[in-house]
Write a protein that binds this ligand. Structure first.
Ligand code: AMP
Length: 352
């Protein structure tokens, strides 16, 4: 079998785990990332050190790879569309475009027949006040672009929470106000679509966040079979509508009555799918590599219950304790400095 080369735009831990899975299947990996010695480059065949939208670097990637993918959703869409003229790039640029702007994303998800929180586009302080009044003084204000891990957000729980100055405080950029969803739990689904249109969905994970950052993902989620089936059906609709190839992560709010409200989607492997490397034969990382390389998708079935815990910042100091646990798979990201809020690694403990 000839050795093929996969290009990955972005050099963080997701790229690292993709590169490791790809190596097992004999793929060479070239990482495009401006930061030298990044987590992904430490385990990849090569790194091109350049900005994500550097035209010469992208041309080199196209020349030297058989297919290109990416590991974060804020890759400049124009750069990716240009690259797609020369080489296969998966997931399709349309998925990036839909996921980069919360307004476009919600409209797209609703267009697939999947409910989201109600929302208003907010482009001024006056818009914000009118939108908040429409939602009875409750809502979550978010930047439309470039928000992650709860950053660029403001929550209004009652009319006592004044929106005064919020538009300017969030940078006077395009915003979206979402109605406040009183959810019972948060779940996510990791799903893949192959080049031949085959779809494989992993079981939904139940997610708990701490300081806006994913803390744990637990399998199985405490939801009914019907809710799990609805999550799978929603993922299938989204993947099909996008003509998607690769792994996607979709987050939902689960209501007390079992209904699901979609929150957001990430056109890439996802933190809430890290458990798959310990509790499934084929991890989300290998699944993504298989999909973008045109190989058959693997079986997404889970063989064990498990809990994945993120090691964020100083959590890494507890590493010796984690290493002493039975049935725990520790995965570190090669980051030398543990800053607050920085994801340093994760542990998946099987529950038997
Ligand atoms: P996000 O950046 O959209 O993933 O939001 C971060 C977290 O804020 C979510 O995981 C929820 O816990 C909470 N959140 C976001 N949007 C809403 C909403 N419309 N209603 C209630 N909670 C929300």
């Amino acid at each position: 079998m000839t050795e093929k080369t996969i290009g990955i735009i972005g050099g963080g831990q997701l790229g690292r785990m993709l590169a490791m899975a790809a190596a097992r299947l004999n793929f060479r990996i070239i990482i495009l990332e401006p930061q030298a010695g990044c987590p992904a480059a430490q385990v990849a065949s090569e790194q091109i050190i350049a900005a994500y939208d550097d035209a010469a670097a992208l041309a080199e990637l196209a020349r030297r790879c058989d297919v290109v993918t990416y590991e974060f959703e804020n890759v400049p869409v124009l750069a990716v569309e240009k690259l797609a003229e020369d080489i296969a790039i998966y997931p399709p640029p349309k998925a990036l475009e839909m996921a980069q702007d919360r307004l476009t994303e919600k409209r797209f998800i609703n267009g697939c027949g999947i409910p989201t929180a109600r929302f208003h586009s907010v482009d001024s302080q006056a818009d914000l006040e009118a939108a908040l009044a429409d939602f009875g003084g409750q809502g979550v204000l978010k930047t439309r672009r470039l928000g992650y891990d709860g950053k660029g957000q403001r929550v209004y729980r009652s009319s006592a929470d004044s929106p005064e100055g919020s538009y300017a405080a969030l940078g006077s950029v395009p915003l979206i106000l979402e109605s406040f969803v009183s959810f019972e739990r948060e779940i996510s689904i990791i799903a893949a679509r192959g080049i031949d249109g085959t779809i494989a969905c992993y079981d939904p994970a139940e997610n708990v966040h701490r300081n806006g950052i994913l803390h744990t993902s637990t399998l199985p989620a405490s939801i009914s079979d019907q809710t799990a089936t609805a999550a799978h059906a929603a993922a299938e609709k989204i993947l099909t509508a996008l003509g998607y190839v690769g792994v996607i992560g979709i987050e939902f709010f689960a209501l007390a009555n079992g209904d699901l409200i979609a929150n957001e989607m990430a056109p890439r492997v996802h933190n809430s799918g890290h458990w798959t490397e310990a509790a499934c034969v084929i991890s989300q990382f290998e699944q993504h590599i298989r999909a973008v390389a045109g190989l058959p998708l693997g079986n997404p079935q889970r063989h064990s219950d498990c809990v994945m815990t993120n090691l964020v910042g100083d959590d890494i100091l507890a590493l010796p304790q984690w290493l002493r646990l039975d049935d725990a798979l520790v995965h570190l990201y090669g980051k030398s400095e543990a800053r607050p809020g920085r994801k340093m690694g994760h542990v998946t403990q099987l529950v038997r």
